[in-house]
Design a protein around this ligand. Structure first.
Ligand code: ADP
Ligand code: MG
Length: 694
């Protein structure tokens, strides 16, 4: 062991130093010398007071101990706590040498302690930094911002001048590639291209993605012997940058998948340094120290977790939004179904009343020529007809069954018709009022849907008319179609006033309108009823001031269905015998009078039992029966008639026509259906048709 002893020249000290054994390395401290940076002992002569200078040195260098030497009288009464030992110079040289050796060991221990402390401090600081990075990364929900943050934090902790980040993309067929996502450079503006790299050992990033290993290159240009990859110098070529030291680490998830690569470039001593030229980089960029590998890996795996979490979070949110939307739709459908039940029941009752009012008015009209009476009867007829129209629209919303079989409907063709039908509203009227609408049709080739063209045309017309209402100062309507799996999607978007959330939630309710007197509140109810009957769906996106988009989805027609051939008008058959069964005396009377006027021989009956008795006793060419009656119902009557004389046609008159399917009524013996309230002409036409011999 060599002991390093420094001393200030003083008589007592000089004498002692001269007598020290050979393994003492002696250094005289001159006036200006304070270069003591290895463990050492300073000997100070108590007589020549140089303790002050020694203390200054000790404050600067922790690994240093002071020993004061003097005769008994020159040593101080109160010792300084910074002095390792006070020795009387008359002690034997061996003892003094021993004391100096102890002081030296002490200094050495102290130095080690300082080193350990510094190391610990650095580790603590680094782990605090990593912690902070982890928190920052996990708090960032915006994925683009997160990717930038990952790279800047990784560069910060490894003091890298530049860097880039790649993500592994999995192709549907299973192959993988690296996508270049972010680039950062403190010194040179970094051009960015959204390019991709194969996951293979041709490139540094590809190699790391493939193997999951860390690469730490002292100089990217000096190809390491035995390495397959090559540095792409294109970037340096474009920017006059110099990629020198490189630390490339994989971003691995806890289950060991590599989801990306962090490439850190040019480690610098001073993190604030900006390089001005290639030469500066050449000179100053240093290799990444081994401990930065661990730091970069830590950041990279935290980054991988944060990215995975963000992906899961986004997936969850999307799933939640879907659930919420479908829940809203279910609640809405349920509410509208309940409303439909109620409205349907009400409409049925009103139908019976209106049938009487309308029928009476029409009968009386045929019986009088008095102009004033006729005028008043017309008013009643009109009011009843208007009421019947409203009821028909409510039924349109409420009914579940269709009364005509579905056919193949070309939605694009239908849209063109709707545009033409509404032309007076968006073209002529609008021009007269000095406003203009732009109607855009953006159809794509789509398969036909299964449906009733009349109903679908009405549904779309209602949506278009609403869109026009929503743009009182003009605007744009777009009608678009597109295929969506086994559905066809039709979007009607306007640039109008939009809807509040409250309106949006209630718009399908019958009679809900924000248009006061001018609105009926039935347009969308009818549309909704029609689309639901078609097995379709309606979604509406709207915000006040931002326009509205209705999206209608309808199922594609499975097989082509031809429209039914129109029926030729039937010739009259005067003298035919008709049996009318209805428990409602007014309806009975109206039918009786009307048909008698047409030349039929009519018999009426007030209930089912009586009707059947009459039927069995006489011969009839036709039976007209009400459905809902106390005692025997219309079904019972039809059943009886068909059992006795299968060839006698049966006409069922009912306010519930919409709830019955064609198959159902035919199975139960009914040949024709007349819905209440009926126009008398309609009844007459049905009777004629029913009497055509088959
Ligand atoms: P009406 O048109 O008679 O008011 P609807 O059932 O057709 O009845 O529409 C109900 C309500 O829905 C409207 O009063 C309106 O507030 C709202 N609405 C429908 N379509 C639109 C649209 N395209 N833009 C803004 N609001 C609309
Ligand atoms: Mg409307």
């Amino acid at each position: 062991m060599i002991y390093r002893v420094s001393y200030f020249a003083g008589a007592a000290v000089a004498r002692l130093v001269a007598r020290l054994p050979d393994n003492y390395h002696r250094v005289t401290l001159g006036e200006a010398t304070d270069a003591v940076n290895t463990p050492a002992v300073i000997l100070v002569d108590a007589v020549i007071d140089q303790l002050e200078r020694a203390l200054v040195l000790k404050r600067r260098h922790a690994a240093l101990e002071i020993v004061v030497l003097g005769d008994a009288s020159s040593l101080p009464a109160t010792p300084s706590e910074h002095v390792y030992a006070y020795l009387v110079n008359t002690l034997p040289a061996g003892i003094i040498a021993q004391a100096l050796a102890n002081a030296f060991l002490h200094a050495q221990l102290r130095e080690e302690q300082e080193r350990t402390k510094a190391h610990l401090e650095r580790l603590t600081a680094e782990s605090q930094k990593l912690n902070a990075i982890g928190i920052a990364l996990s708090a960032e929900r915006d994925t683009t911002a997160l990717l930038g943050l990952i790279l800047s934090k990784a560069r910060e902790i490894t003091q890298a001048d530049a860097g880039s980040l790649y993500l592994v993309e999995e192709e549907p067929e299973g192959s993988r590639q690296l996508r270049f996502i972010v680039v950062q450079n403190d010194s040179f503006p970094a051009p960015f291209e959204g390019s991709t790299l194969p996951v293979d050992s041709q490139s540094v990033a590809g190699h790391v993605a493939l193997t999951g290993e860390v690469l730490n290159l002292q100089d990217a240009y000096a190809a390491l012997p035995g390495t397959p990859f090559e540095i792409d110098r294109k970037y340096d070529g474009q920017t006059s940058y110099r990629t020198k030291s490189m630390l490339v680490v994989p971003m691995k998830t806890p289950d060991g998948r590599t989801i990306g690569v962090l490439q850190l470039i040019n480690c610098k001593l001073d993190p604030g340094r900006r390089f001005g030229t290639r030469e500066e980089i050449e000179r100053e960029a240093r290799p990444f120290p081994a401990r930065f590998e661990d730091l970069a890996c830590s950041v990279a795996s935290q980054a991988a977790v944060a990215l995975e979490n963000n992906r899961l979070y986004a997936e969850l949110r999307a799933a939640l939004a879907k659930v919420e939307a479908s829940q809203r739709r279910i609640v809405q459908a349920e509410r509208l179904r309940a409303l439909g039940e109620m409205a349907g029941g009400l409409a049925h009752d009103f139908n019976n009343t209106l049938a009487v009012v309308l029928g009476r008015a029409q009968l009386l009209l045929n019986q009088t020529d008095d102009p004033e009476l006729r005028r008043q009867l017309r008013v009643i007829e009109e009011a009843a007809t208007e009421g019947a129209r409203t009821i028909r629209r409510i039924m349109e919303f409420a009914r579940k069954r269709r009364d005509r079989p579905f056919q193949s409907v070309e939605l694009n063709q239908l849209i063109r018709e709707v545009v033409e039908l509404t032309r007076p509203r968006w073209k002529d009227d609008a021009e007269a009022r000095g406003i203009s609408y732009e109607v855009r049709v953006e159809t794509a080739p789509v398969p036909p849907v299964a449906g009733d063209p009349y109903e679908l045309r009405e549904a779309l017309t209602n949506v278009v008319l609403n869109a026009l209402d929503a743009m009182p100062r003009g605007g744009q309507i777009t009608l678009a179609t597109s295929g969506e799996g086994d559905h066809v999607r039709c979007v009607v978007a306007d640039t109008g006033v939009g809807m509040t959330e409250e309106v949006r939630q209630r718009m399908f309710e019958p009679f809900f309108t924000t248009k006061g007197e001018k609105g009926s509140g039935l347009g969308l109810s009818v549309m909704y009823g029609i689309i639901v009957r078609h097995g379709g769906e309606v979604d509406v996106e709207s915000r006040p001031g931002q326009g509205t988009a209705f999206t209608i989805r309808l199922p594609v027609a499975r097989e082509p269905v031809a429209p039914p051939a129109p029926l030729a008008p039937a010739p009259p058959r005067p003298g035919a015998r008709v049996l009318v069964i209805d428990d409602e005396p007014h309806v009975r009377a109206i039918l009786m009078e009307t048909l008698t006027r047409d030349g039929y021989r009519v018999t009426v009956s007030g209930d089912g039992r009586e009707g059947i008795t009459r039927f069995d006793a006489e011969t009839f060419d036709l039976v007209i029966t009400d459905l809902g009656m106390p005692g025997l119902t219309g079904w019972d009557v039809a059943h009886h008639v068909k059992r006795q004389r299968p060839r006698t046609p049966v006409v069922l008159v009912t306010g519930w026509g919409d709830r019955l399917s064609l198959e159902e009524i035919q199975e139960r013996g009914v040949d024709f259906l007349v819905s209440k309230p009926f126009a008398l002409d309609q009844v007459r036409a049905v009777v004629r048709r029913a009497l055509v011999p088959r």
